[in-house]
Design a binder for this molecule. Structure first.
Ligand code: ADP
Ligand code: MG
Length: 569
C-alpha cells in the first residue's frame, strides 16, 4: 500500500528528545505551555524524567544545581517571552556560579518577531539571552537539531562551565524529515571536558612557592567540589599536611571535622598564612577580594591559583603562581610534585588546630540550648546532629542569618552535599535546588530556609508533594526579613516592609497538598520532626518558631548595606 511504501519520517519534537537522550540527558526541569507541551508529553512517553514546576525560575534553578551535582548540563524548558525571562534569571545565576545548564525556550516565528508585528508572546529571546549566559544559539531547521544540541552541551561543560541558551521557534518542532537522515544528523559529543594539564614550568613555580612556605593554606571552592577529583584532593591535603578552608559549597569535599580543617580558625589562617593556594575558588567578595584587614598585613601573602579560566588570574590581586587547567589534572600533577619534596608545616598546623579547638569549645554550649522560643544556635544544634547522623543527605540552605549561621554550625562530611545561595548570595534557589537534589541523588534532602527566603519559591511545595520527593523543609520562622520586630515608624496601619504575618503557619501549606506539616517550638521537637521526615522520606514542612528578636540585619553581610551620615536608621 501507499502507506507501507512511504519513507519513515521523523519530526522536530522527536529529534530534540533523541539528541538529548543520545547525550545521556534524561531529566528535564520544565514549565509546560505553548509551544512545548507536546514535546514534554512525548519526552515522558520516551522514558525521560520530566519534572514540571509552578514557576520557570524554580525549574531553572533545579536544572542549574543538577549541573553542579552531575557535571552534565541540567536542562530547563520553558515557553516564550515571560516564561523565557523567568528561566533566564536562573540561567544567569548558573553562569555566575559556573554551573553547566541549558535553557531551551520555545519562541515565536522569526518572520513576525523580526518585523515586530506583534505575535503571541513575541520577543527576540536570543538577543536578550546572549549577554547573560556563556553562549546562545538558535536552531531553525530540524536537520540542525543534532548539531545544535551538541554545541549547547559542549559550550556548557567545557572550559569554565556555565549556562547556554537554546532558542527553538515553534515551527521547528513540527518540521518533518526522513527518519534515517534524521538519525544520522544526531551528534554524540566526544570528550566534552578534555583534560587540561598546566605546563611543567607553571607546576614548578607553584611547587617552589609551596615548598618555601612557612604558613601555607589551601582554600577549596565549589569548583573543586564540581571537579569530582575527591580522592586526589584528599591525598594532596593529607600528604602535604597543609591546613585547608572550604568555601560554602565546597564543605564536605573533605569532612569539616578533618584534623587539618581550619574552618573554625578562619580569621587566623587568612591573616597569618604566607602562601595561599586557591583551588576552584575565586577571590571575589566572598573572600574579601583577597585584600583588606581580613587578609592581614598588605603584601604578606603569595597566591597560587588553580582554575580552568585563565582570565580569573590577577582578577583582584596578583597571582604569583597561576595554574591554569582542570582541577583533576592539576591536582594530580601537584600531588606527584609534593612527593618527598615538601615538609608538612607541623608547628603551623598545631597553632591552627589549637585555635580551632578553642573556638569549637566556645560554640558547643550555645548549640545545646533547648530554649523556647528558639534562637538560631539552639535550632541549628539540632539540625547539625541530623546531618552528622545522615552524612549522605543533601542540605539546601538559604536565608540571611539562617544561611550564615547554618554554614558555620552544620558540619558536612561528603562532597557536593551542601547546596546554597552561591556566588550571588541570592534568595529564591531553595525549592528548585531541593527538588533537583532529590531527583538527581535519590537521597533524602533537608532544606533549611529562612522564612523570607522560602517565600521566593514556596509554591513548589506542591511540586514536592506531587512527585512525592523525600524533601524535609525546615522554615526558621522569625516573622520577617532578618528579624520580625520592625514597626512602621509613622504608627500607620501598614506593617514595616521588613516583617510578615506574625505567627504564620507554613506547615499548613504542606498539608494542603497532602504532605506532612509539623509546628515546633523547641530544638527537641525540631530534631524529632526532622528525624522522622528523613526516615519516612515523606514530603514534610517543619515550621520552626524562632525568636523574632534573634538574628542581625542582613546576617553576616550587614556591612554591605549603604549608610548615609545624613540619615541614620
Ligand atoms: P566559591 O564560591 O566556592 O569560592 P567560585 O564559584 O568562586 O567558588 O569559584 C569556582 C571556580 O572554579 C571558578 O573560577 C571556575 O572557573 C573554576 N572551575 C570550575 N570547574 C573547574 C574545573 N573542573 N577545573 C578547574 N577549575 C574549575
Ligand atoms: Mg526571617
Amino acid at each position: 500500500s501507499v502507506v507501507e511504501d512511504a519513507p519513515a519520517l521523523t519530526d522536530g519534537f522527536q529529534l530534540v528528545i533523541d539528541a538529548l537522550k543520545l547525550n545521556d540527558i534524561n531529566n528535564l526541569y520544565v514549565v509546560p505551555g505553548i509551544p512545548i507541551s507536546d514535546l514534554l508529553r512525548m519526552a515522558q512517553a520516551e522514558g525521560m524524567r520530566v519534572v514540571s514546576f509552578r514557576h520557570e525560575q524554580n525549574a531553572g534553578n533545579a536544572a542549574a544545581i543538577a549541573g553542579f551535582m552531575t557535571k552534565k548540563p541540567g536542562v530547563c524548558m520553558t515557553v516564550s517571552a515571560p516564561g523565557f525571562l523567568n528561566g533566564l534569571t536562573a540561567l544567569a545565576n548558573a553562569t555566575t556560579n559556573c554551573f553547566p545548564m541549558i535553557l531551551i525556550s520555545g519562541s515565536s516565528e522569526r518572520e513576525v518577531v523580526d518585523l515586530q508585528q506583534g505575535d503571541y508572546e513575541e520577543m527576540d529571546q536570543l538577543a536578550i539571552a546572549k549577554p547573560l549566559c556563556k553562549a546562545a544559539f538558535r536552531i531553525l531547521h530540524a536537520q540542525d537539531i543534532g548539531i545544535g544540541v551538541a554545541r549547547a552541551i559542549r559550550a556548557a561543560v567545557s572550559g569554565r562551565p556555565g549556562g547556554v541558551y537554546l532558542d527553538m521557534p515553534a515551527k521547528l518542532f513540527s518540521q518533518v524529515m526522513d527518519a534515517a537522515e534524521g538519525a544520522k544528523s544526531l551528534v554524540k559529543v566526544v570528550d566534552p571536558t578534555p583534560a587540561q594539564y598546566p605546563s611543567a614550568e607553571a607546576v614548578n613555580r607553584a611547587l617552589d612557592l609551596l615548598k618555601g612556605a612557612k604558613r601555607p593554606l589551601v582554600i577549596f571552592g565549589k569548583g573543586a567540589a564540581y571537579a569530582q577529583a575527591d580522592e586526589t584532593i584528599r591525598s594532596f591535603v593529607e600528604k602535604s599536611g597543609i591546613p585547608f578552608l572550604q568555601m560554602s559549597m565546597a564543605k564536605g569535599l573533605l569532612p569539616d571535622t578533618h584534623p587539618q580543617s581550619a574552618g573554625a580558625a578562619r580569621s587566623l589562617v587568612l591573616q597569618e598564612a604566607d602562601v595561599v593556594m586557591l583551588v576552584g575558588a575565586r577571590l571575589n567578595w566572598l573572600l574579601s577580594h583577597g585584600k583588606g584587614k581580613t587578609w592581614g598585613k598588605p603584601g604578606s601573602k603569595k597566591f597560587i591559583q588553580v582554575d580552568i579560566e585563565p582570565r580569573e588570574m590577577d582578577s583582584n590581586v596578583e597571582i604569583h603562581a597561576p595554574l591554569v587547567g582542570d582541577i583533576a589534572s592539576v591536582m594530580e600533577v601537584m600531588l606527584k610534585g609534593i612527593d618527598g619534596g615538601l615538609t608538612p608545616p607541623t608547628d603551623w598546623m598545631a597553632t591552627v588546630a589549637a585555635k580551632r579547638e578553642q573556638n569549637v569549645a566556645k560554640m558547643a554550649p550555645k548549640l545545646m540550648s533547648n530554649a523556647s522560643p528558639m534562637n538560631f544556635h539552639g535550632a541549628l544544634g539540632a539540625l547539625r546532629r541530623i546531618i552528622k547522623e545522615r552524612p549522605d543527605a543533601l542540605l539546601v540552605n538559604e536565608g540571611a542569618n539562617t544561611l550564615d549561621l547554618a554554614r558555620g554550625i552544620i558540619d558536612m562530611y561528603e562532597p557536593r552535599k551542601r547546596l546554597d545561595v552561591g556566588t550571588w548570595g541570592v534568595m529564591g534557589v531553595g525549592m528548585g535546588y531541593a527538588v533537583a537534589a532529590a531527583v538527581e541523588s535519590g537521597k533524602p534532602v533537608l532544606a533549611v530556609e529562612g522564612d523570607s527566603a522560602f517565600g521566593f519559591s514556596g509554591m513548589e511545595v506542591e511540586t514536592i508533594c506531587r512527585y512525592n520527593l523525600p524533601v524535609c523543609i525546615v522554615i526558621f520562622n522569625n516573622n520577617g526579613i532578618y528579624r520580625g520586630t520592625d514597626v512602621n515608624p509613622t504608627g500607620g496601619n501598614d506593617p514595616s516592609p521588613m516583617v510578615f504575618v506574625p505567627g504564620s503557619r507554613y506547615d499548613k501549606m504542606m498539608e494542603a497538598f497532602g504532605g506532612v506539616g509539623v509546628h515546633v517550638t523547641n530544638p527537641d521537637e525540631l530534631y524529632r520532626a526532622v528525624n522522622e521526615a528523613m526516615d519516612s522520606g515523606r514530603p514534610t514542612l517543619v515550621n520552626a518558631v524562632i525568636d523574632p528578636a534573634a538574628g542581625t540585619e542582613s546576617g553576616n553581610i550587614g556591612s554591605l548595606n549603604p549608610t548615609s551620615s545624613v540619615r541614620k536608621m
